[in-house]
Design a protein around this ligand. Structure first.
Ligand code: GLN
Length: 190
């Protein structure tokens, strides 16, 4: 059985674990390298990418994460998790680094500040009907490389992307108990 780790340094870890549980998938928190080693796939949650980057460095997890994601571990990143998966980052905090893996440039906080957070229904390639997207100080994808498929956009900006076994969204599919995005990730990336 596939074990899906959720990076549990900061952010909405519990919501992702609940989504995995509803889908009958084994989810587990990842804070240490040995916990990462025990996973077949990974979720990088929403939260604060700067804090996650700093904590990952402190916990000696940054390089192991780069290694696993860079050598084919299926990974879903939502919001701050999208920032972490970006090969190139705009408007990061001073010196902010990413894990990388997805050939895209992401602009952090691109949709504005906390007060400019919004919700909207979106079409997502591979899913029927619309998905209710919750955007909280969300990033957008500024530019993608040739191997990246855009799955969803808002106002012309990609907010859902997939490249091989990596998927990222600017919004939070974990917060409204609609598990179709997690299912799509598991079906097409794992
Ligand atoms: N703005 C946050 C960041 O850069 C992401 C916000 C979120 O995950 N809701 O990490």
């Amino acid at each position: 059985m596939t074990t899906v780790g959720v990076l549990a340094l900061q952010g909405d870890v519990r919501e992702h674990l609940a989504a995995l549980d509803r889908l009958g998938v084994k989810g587990t928190s990842v804070r240490r390298r040995e916990e990462l080693d025990a996973c077949d796939a990974l979720v990088l949650p929403g939260g604060e990418s700067t804090a996650m980057w700093r904590l990952a460095r402190t916990f000696d997890l940054l390089d192991p994460l780069r290694d696993r994601v860079g050598t084919g571990m299926p990974t879903l990143g939502t919001c701050a998790g999208m920032v972490l998966l970006a090969d190139r980052l705009l408007d990061g905090a001073d010196g902010q680094e990413t894990i990388g893996g997805l050939d895209m440039t992401v602009r952090r906080n691109a949709f504005g500040r906390q007060t400019e957070s919004f919700e909207t229904d979106l079409e997502v390639t591979g899913l029927d009907g619309t998905v209710h997207g919750v955007f909280i100080r969300a990033p957008w994808v500024e530019e993608v490389g040739p191997g990246v498929e855009v799955l969803a956009s808002v106002a012309g900006h990609p907010v859902g992307v997939r490249q091989d076994q990596l998927m990222a969204t600017s919004f939070h599919p974990e917060v409204n108990a609609d598990d179709r995005l997690h299912r799509l990730f598991l079906d097409t990336c794992c």
